[in-house]
Design a protein around this ligand. Sequence first.
Ligand SMILES: [Zn+2]
Length: 351
Amino acid sequence: MAAPATPDSGAVERIVIENAAIATVDAQDTEYASGHIVVAGNRIESIGAGRAPEGLANVVRRVDATGHLVTPGLINTHHHFYQWITRGLATDHNLFNWLVALYPTWARIDEQMTYAAAQGSLGMMARGGVTTAMDHHYVFPKGSGDLSGSIIRAASEMGVRFTLARGSMDRSEKDGGLPPDFAVETLEGALAATEETVKKHHDASFDAMTQVAVAPCSPFSVSTELMKQGAELARRLGVRLHTHGSETVEEEKFCHELFGMGPTDYFESTGWLGDDVWMAHCVHMNDSDIAAFARTGTGVAHCPSSNARLAAGIARVPDMLKAGVPVGRSASTAPPPTSPANSTPSCATPC
Ligand SMILES: [Zn+2]
């Protein structure tokens, strides 16, 4: 993808920020105790120590940031916006019990609820410095309206750069899965709706504010066929892949009982390891699993608050980073030299 041209210096509007402490979070972790940033259009035109260059044209706003720190916006790598409206329910449950308790409630969500929940989630994140967010939404009850559209509308109105991970579930109780029969889609229905969402909303351009990923929910709520065909669909459409993986001991047991292998081997067998995949949680990973993620470039969304809330366990993040696995992480920790991403650990709600 080609980078866009430099803004026209004569016509573009500029914002100048001066007297700021600046943490660039670039490859060298360059910092300025007192520096300036010039934004021309939607590009950072210059950044450095001291005051901004003299004689800039079309400066529409000049900010004195004395006493403030300027950093890049944070990135939320995993979230479920709709769960905000049920945050106070089933508070003492582990993952599987929590899901089973709430599926009947979630099966009644509609467009207005997902829109309101997205506004609340995005507003909270924006106040915390998040400028790029994602929503893994996988509950699409019949007759609930345009849920994907409502979430994307909320993100667009908030001005947040956004990826909708269009989730899906088709393995219900009757097929050995966790969700009740009324909470799932059919294999064909989920694939068709996901493709329609990508074609309607995904923007592949350099400056895209809205993108869509293919995101079947988890091994215990999705058929093997939907995992396989979902991966094929994403690669045919040229979009990224997202799902939950290795979150709990119960999931690991489920995979061994149903598939005769652990989650990571199952993901590999269904096409779900690769540098176009990022996976949430990844708590119960052995050395071989971590090596497989590193070898394939599969990304991890670290979800410490959710993992703590549901007693899922503690992810082996230091081992993953040491092995070279891309991990979405908190900007508050010192960046290791191998880590390519600057992002917040996510899952503000359990998931
Ligand atoms: Zn989740």
